[in-house]
Design a protein around this ligand. Sequence first.
Ligand code: SAM
Length: 247
Amino acid sequence: MKGTLYVVATPIGNLEDITLRAIRILKEVNLIAAEDTRHTLKLLNHLEISKPLISYHRHNEEERQDVIIDKLMQGQDVALVSDAGTPGICDPGEIIIKRCIEENIKIIPIPGPCAMINALVCSGIDTKEFCFLGFLPLNKNNRKQKLNEIKNEEKTVILYEAPHKLKETLKDLKDIIDDRKIVLARELTKIHEEFIRKDIDELIELADTLRGEVVLIIQGSEHKEYHNDLMEMTLDEHYKYYQKLRI
Ligand code: SAM
């Protein structure tokens, strides 16, 4: 019988944020495929789990999938983990998961932390519909295109960003988001966790002083358009508009 691939979410900072089920699965599997084995070893040591590890990261994803698939075909169970949060969300995972589907290997998600969801739910910005865009591309044309998408996006937009690129990203966003709300969620689950709710100019001023990991939550564009058109709305449109503002 073939083994199972468990896609296990791990903490995004606070080591207490791991489910009982995730701990049991990490104890039970034959092998753990980890983005950075040294990083995962710290978590395993904390949980007092000793288990064989194999590295599975962006640069060996293609070649390593064969090794992992072989193990699964032999009946071994494998847990896939990334450095933080949910594998496959701006982290390796997609390739091995697609391959398991092709090979008819069972895949079981073990839910847990994900930075974008926790940033979104505490942002105070509309959670009903949202659009996760990951990291903005670095390539100039692709970046411009993505920024244009954000400009017209009516749903709440979620972005990931590295601290040293934050200022540049905020400056680019300033040109397209006008007076839409923006919230910066920083160092989630860690000692210096904070939600910064300021206007974009103030955030740009602050950016150089901010350390650690960040998620950006941007209000959708429709609020502004509705506002401009307020005088021309029907009663029904007014009702929908105020319902959407209940944030
Ligand atoms: N797989 C992860 C998840 O489920 O959220 C995301 C990994 S991605 C490589 C790393 C990015 O996630 C960071 O640059 C930051 O934007 C965001 N992130 C991860 N941990 C975070 C934290 N504790 N606080 C704020 N943002 C975080």
